[in-house]
Write a protein that binds this ligand. Structure first.
Ligand code: AMP
Length: 304
């Protein structure tokens, strides 16, 4: 008989449970999410299972990472289905606090990463990564995991958290898994459900264009002209491009040229109607292992 999942709603419950582990000191693995779970989240849970003695999943739609004009109220909340998925993946503990449990009305402390969080999404979602780092630090303090897994779907988020972990000596293994995609290449996202049938048909062109752009850059095509061609190709199919850009890894500095064998993140945010999609490709992923990032995070995802 599999052990039943333990559902904890308050910080006190979680801290009490965590303190009870001190005697045996098991390896705690952690997957933070905002719920509306899909196969991408299931893959995070599937991969963390064999790497830890106890797995913790959090579901918390974090208000501080949403801008005033963003979809906090509309963010899908599907708790019963999420619970089924968590049980099927053998999660030990589900932490699902209410917003007021995580943020008292007197909350006034925020954590900010000031380099990696600046370009790409950081430029268009002011305060977003500050909300992410703040909530993840709070969750790390409560769960005290050895290992925390994130998805490369949100690559900038992963690098921001990796940086915070290092800068603040949190001593968590912060790792990422490759983006889980539909068979046609579209990255799984809870926002895909908002796409009309026509937009859903168009959506795979997003990743295809990124992969083609990455392949050209790796082959030595000039950077700004290649990015511009990628942007125009997306606009021509019907996407509204918020950004399509390439940054050096792991600094997130803007390169002038793409050097052979060096790692870069090629990332974009586009709109299809009112739905915002993000996706990315790592250029020269093998180069990241040489600078201390674990290999499974960066399986190549480029068109051949
Ligand atoms: P979210 O609930 O959207 O905040 O995501 C929680 C975690 O799941 C984050 O680490 C995401 O990067 C990860 N994730 C979301 N979608 C995918 C996907 N398609 N493939 C892999 N990981 C994903």
């Amino acid at each position: 008989m599999p052990k039943p999942i333990k559902i904890l709603r308050t910080r006190n419950e979680l801290q009490h449970w965590r303190a009870g582990l001190e005697a045996t000191r098991p390896t705690v693995g952690f997957v933070p999410t905002m719920g509306a779970l899909h196969r991408g989240h299931a893959e995070l849970l599937r991969r963390i299972r064999p790497r830890c003695d106890v797995s913790v999943l959090s579901i918390f739609v974090n208000p501080t990472q949403f801008g005033p004009s963003e979809d906090l109220a509309k963010y899908p909340r599907t708790f019963e289905r999420d619970l089924e998925l968590a049980c099927a993946q053998g999660v030990d503990v589900l932490f699902a606090p209410a917003p007021e449990e995580m943020y008292s009305s007197a909350h006034s402390t925020f954590v900010e990463e000031t380099q990696v969080s600046r370009p790409l999404c950081g430029q268009f979602r002011p305060g977003h990564f500050r909300g992410v780092t703040t909530v993840v630090l709070k969750l790390f303090n409560l769960v005290r995991p050895k290992l925390a897994l994130f998805g490369m779907k949100d690559a900038q988020q992963f690098f921001v958290l990796h940086q915070m972990n290092r800068d603040l000596d949190l001593r968590v293994s912060v790792e990422a898994i490759p983006t889980v995609r539909e068979p046609d290449g579209l990255a799984l996202s809870s926002r895909n459900a908002y796409l009309s049938a026509d937009h859903r048909e168009l959506a795979p062109r997003f990743y295809k264009t990124l992969a083609e752009t990455s392949t050209r850059l790796r082959a030595g095509a000039p950077l700004s002209a290649t990015l511009e061609a990628g942007r125009q190709a997306l606009e021509a199919c019907g996407f509204t491009v918020q950004y399509l850009d390439c940054v050096e890894l792991p600094t997130f500095n803007s390169p002038n040229v793409v050097l052979p064998g060096c790692p870069y993140l090629l990332a974009a945010a586009v709109y299809l109607g009112a739905t915002r999609l993000i996706d990315n490709v790592i250029v020269n992923p093998a180069a990241l292992t040489a600078i201390g990032y674990s290999a499974p995070s960066f399986e190549p995802a480029e068109s051949s």
